[in-house]
Write a protein that binds this ligand. Structure first.
Ligand code: GTR
Length: 430
């Protein structure tokens, strides 16, 4: 039996080597804290010339730009630089959605003069009782705006969606069965009752989540990529982030939303995206990462759960090509993800983990936030109080926020309860 396993393993490694693939799939993910490699994190407050960064001005004017550029070069790639004239069209407006609590709109944003060209639909909830512009949460969703509530009046996305037999999707078209399928992840009632708006967009409107060589979604706005994209050309996470910024452009002139008080939120791959959107666009007033894991809040050097090699292999279109240089070589990365969190500073940032989401490395997510602390302190802000993680279901909120919730990889009403509380502290008008 043992001999048979050994032969299978050797055969697998041999096949990987012969096919030019790194044998990452043959490796088990590490979930043992004792096996986390020793590592040294790049110092946030020493610039590339070796000079110390001692003032907020030095951070904002010099070091921040260096760190941002390192993430562009080595992790996510540059954002698209498409010059667009945004046009909007109101698709629907309901004054009494969510049992009368919310004013709800569906707003189509066109990126060109062509109604059949690339576009995204914003689903916008504001409190029905609001008398002026409100602070809001803005986040991408996984299944289409019709998945937020089961209201049959919501437009079903016409964009590509993943095959999902459980929802009756066989051919990449969303069906009636998808209505409300993501509702447990969006506490619309809690959000509007608390005086906030919620704006969500289907991420597939911006860039369908499969590797098509960057042709569909907003990529049709640029020149088609011939051959391999440039090493630092953005992947899908950069494309999704670009879309979030265009949504914020539209919100600048929305009478119901206060665009200077918008928190960018995301879960999982979309939590990696909210961190990158918050880093690249400082107009976002707050940044929230829910269970974002590898490539998001988690420290890459810990290689705990999902690793750089694994994520680049499973999702070749998410990051830039240069990121692959760090497959099984995290120590060579000129950044780590505490620096991504620090790019949110001095704005409030929230990182959330879940106990059963070991794949996302909760401890690595917490440590990133902890190690971003020196930049917050530079601004006179308060980071996490201890290197020790707080207990399960014991949120800690200062100028940054963290909780590790019981349960699995997901967004729950408990998570939203904490985000609303954090926003009450930082986004409510004085
Ligand atoms: C997983 C992936 C994670 C996370 C997750 C998600 O398959 O390994 O990095 O992004 O997907 O987005 O749901």
């Amino acid at each position: 039996m043992i001999g048979c396993q050994r032969v299978c393993l050797l055969l697998c490694v041999y096949l990987c080597v012969m096919s030019g693939l790194e044998p990452v799939m043959a490796q088990e993910a590490n979930y043992d804290e004792a096996q986390v490699p020793a590592y040294t994190l790049p110092d946030l407050l020493t610039d590339l010339s070796g000079a110390p960064v001692t003032t907020p001005q030095q951070w904002q004017q010099r070091r921040r730009a260096e760190v941002l550029s390192l993430f562009e070069q080595h992790v996510f790639g540059r954002l698209p630089n498409f010059q667009v004239q945004l046009r909007t069209k109101l698709r629907s407006e309901v004054p009494d959605a969510v049992g009368g609590l919310a004013h709800r709109r569906e707003l189509t944003v066109y990126f060109t003069a062509d109604d059949a060209g690339p576009q995204m639909d914003l689903l916008i909830y504001t409190p029905a009782a609001a008398t002026g512009p409100v602070p809001a949460f803005l986040g991408l969703n996984f299944n289409g705006n019709q998945a937020i509530e089961s209201d049959p009046r919501l437009h079903i996305t016409e964009s590509w969606v993943r095959n999902n037999r459980e929802l009756g999707i066989e051919d990449n078209r969303a069906t009636e069965a998808t209505r409300g399928s993501e509702s447990s992840r969006w506490s619309v009632e809690r959000i509007v009752r608390s005086g906030y708006g919620l704006v969500t967009i289907y991420y597939g409107d911006i860039d369908p989540d499969f590797d098509d060589g960057f042709r569909n979604g907003i990529h049709s706005l640029g020149e088609p990529v011939s051959g391999e994209r440039a090493g630092d050309a953005g992947g899908s996470i950069s494309a999704w982030s670009w879309g979030l910024s265009r949504a914020l452009d539209v919100l600048q002139s929305d009478a119901r939303i206060d665009a200077s008080r918008v928190a960018v939120f995301g879960h999982s791959r979309l939590g990696k995206t909210s961190l990158w959107a918050g880093a690249t666009d400082q107009r976002f007033a707050m940044v929230i990462s829910n269970n974002s894991g590898c490539g998001g809040a988690a420290l890459s050097r810990r290689a705990f759960g999902e690793t750089v090699a694994r994520i680049n292999k499973s999702f070749p279109h998410w990051f830039c090509l240069n990121h692959r240089k760090y497959n099984n070589n995290e120590g060579a990365l000129p950044v780590d993800h505490h620096m991504l969190i620090a790019l949110a500073a001095p704005r409030p940032v929230y990182v959330a983990s879940a106990v059963e989401d070991q794949w996302a490395d909760p401890r690595g997510e917490y440590l990133s936030l902890w190690h971003a602390g020196p930049v917050y302190r530079l601004f006179g802000r308060v980071g996490m109080p201890s290197e020790q993680m707080p207990g399960v279901d014991v949120p800690v909120q200062t100028d940054v926020g963290y909780h590790i919730r019981s349960g699995k990889h997901d967004v729950t009403d408990y998570d939203w309860q904490q985000y609303v509380k954090f926003a009450d502290r930082h986004l409510k008008a004085e």
